[in-house]
Design a protein around this ligand. Structure first.
Ligand code: 0GY
Length: 309
């Protein structure tokens, strides 16, 4: 039986425009996913949505179209802890993709080792209630302790209102921590309000915390570019992302989030998402750190070291 998409599911945007902004050489799309294809890599029984297919070939075609050199493929919740689609994509990347897995407590060391060989460099802990069922914190801490031995890091995904409650758990993690989508700020609130200030403090007080300045299309209330070609799309997200980039230039990452799970109102043109980058990283130096230096240091440190020698 083929999988039936969740009603109202928006397919990813075919034929994205060629970005006007040229990304620096060696740029990394550090947050993207593959979905299936479901006929080859079935979606997990416990999933909260059934997406369209979005294959590794389609992802790599987008990479080339946008001018990127590498990808970091994050295990999507629709595949649960079955990492085969993501690992298969890594295996077909020619070393140009790294992965973030989802694992459970019962994962064997040999499985972790095999994933490391394939290019996995971290695990994702997801606290967004509409996406996953609750996993006890002691299980997550146990996983974090085990993956630390591989030199991996933890990617965390949560809503900004939940940060106070999760703070103690996050700050107990032993590894580098990468936050998805800036902890999903409510961009209708002030930049200097208590909620976003708490996130900034989280990064300030914990030098092991990084942030992806991703998903303006998910966070924006003002919305996408108007059909008349308005330049400054998702403008309400700009001050938040730019503040993080300028305050923590060595701990930020950028990604497309292709194929954009769970968008309800519009599907972004990935070319226009790339054009958003100079609004949040206005100088060449910030752009190089965001798109090349930082992701390379985290995901391909062996290449970074080679270069320095
Ligand atoms: C994202 C965001 C979402 C979904 C997932 O793994 C996922 O299902 O990450 C979301 O719905 O907010 O990072 O792609």
């Amino acid at each position: 039986m083929p999988f039936e998409k969740t009603p109202g599911w928006l397919d990813w945007y075919a034929g994205p425009s060629k970005p006007r902004f040229t990304v620096p050489e060696g740029a990394v799309d550090a947050h993207c996913h593959v979905f299936g294809p479901g006929a080859e890599f079935p979606f997990a029984p416990e999933r909260k949505y059934t997406p369209c297919d979005a294959s590794k070939q389609q992802l790599y075609a987008l990479r080339d179209r946008l001018g990127f050199a590498r990808n970091v493929i994050v295990q999507a919740t629709c595949h649960g802890a079955d990492n085969r689609a993501m690992v298969d994509a890594l295996a077909h990347s020619g070393g140009r993709a790294r992965g973030i897995a989802t694992v459970r407590r019962d994962v064997a060391d040999v499985e972790l080792r095999a994933m490391h060989e394939a290019g996995v460099r971290g695990v994702r802990f997801n606290f967004v209630k509409r996406l996953v069922d609750f996993t006890p914190k002691d299980e997550l801490l146990e996983i974090a302790d085990r993956i630390e031995g591989f030199g991996w890091h933890v990617v965390i995904y949560f809503e900004s209102v939940d940060l106070p409650e999760l703070w103690d758990f996050f700050t107990a993690l032993p590894t580098t921590i990468v936050v998805d989508h800036m902890g999903r700020p409510d961009v209708s609130k002030p930049l200097d309000g208590p909620e976003f200030a708490l996130f900034v403090r989280f990064m300030q007080e914990h030098p092991n915390v990084w942030s992806k300045v991703t998903c303006p299309e998910r966070l924006s209330i003002s919305g996408p570019p108007a059909l008349n070609g308005e330049q400054n799309a998702y403008r309400d997200v700009v001050p938040f992302a730019r503040h993080i980039v300028e305050t923590f230039p060595d701990r930020v990452l950028w990604g497309t989030d292709w194929p954009h799970p769970n968008l309800k109102s519009h599907m972004p043109d990935d070319g226009l998402l790339v054009d958003f980058i100079p609004h949040i990283a206005p100088t060449k130096e910030l752009q190089r750190k965001l798109l090349v230096d930082n992701p390379m240091r985290l995901y391909w440190p062996e290449l970074t070291r080679e270069k320095q020698q």
